[in-house]
Design a protein around this ligand. Sequence first.
Ligand SMILES: N[C@@H](CCC(=O)N[C@@H](CS)C(=O)NCC(=O)O)C(=O)O
Length: 204
Amino acid sequence: MKLYDHPVAPNPRRVRVFLAEKGITVPTETIDLLKGEHRTPEFLALDPLGRVPLLVLDNGRCLAESVSICRYFEALHPTPCLFGEGAEEQAFVDMWQRRVELELFFPIAHAVRHGIAMFQALEPVQLPQWAELSAARANEAMIWLDKTLAGRPFIAGENFSVADITAMCAFDFSLAVGGPKLPENLSNLRRWRDQVSARPSAAA
Ligand SMILES: N[C@@H](CCC(=O)N[C@@H](CS)C(=O)NCC(=O)O)C(=O)O
């Protein structure tokens, strides 16, 4: 098994944090995105979309999509449970994971890819107006999440889940590369972020 990875990109980190929570170690190989290593014929033969993370299984099958990779490891190593226990919790974790991804993670990714010169390597036609709109949308999502976190410790409820991993990776990436910032006044979101960042898995 091998995980194609990148040290700064947020999607591969989602998988690394997930693995760290589970205490699983997988051999990794770094793909340099800014140098275009994900667009070489060798890498495109593994994943024609050319994205990381990518997990190559021992039988040679290539599994892409951060959440699909996480689900695979959840099925192999159910404890600690990060996708919710039982029908109701699983459905709510799924809902929050999707909402965080659609409303926060993607807008941050678009704001960064279209607004920061370095990312032209990945986004050859950068649209500054799209960057601005995406940053505003990310900001709205932060306000919404702050309200959500007023009444509970974690995004999906009482337990840490994959939804928290998705959100933490979005915020940390944004901060690392100069994207949208977490406003000072969103105290619930800040409390949550301090809490998830203090988990040993956050070092992944
Ligand atoms: N939906 C995919 C997205 C994967 C993705 O876009 N990964 C980025 C790095 S965070 C990438 O490989 N980008 C290369 C590119 O855009 O050319 C997932 O959840 O894993």
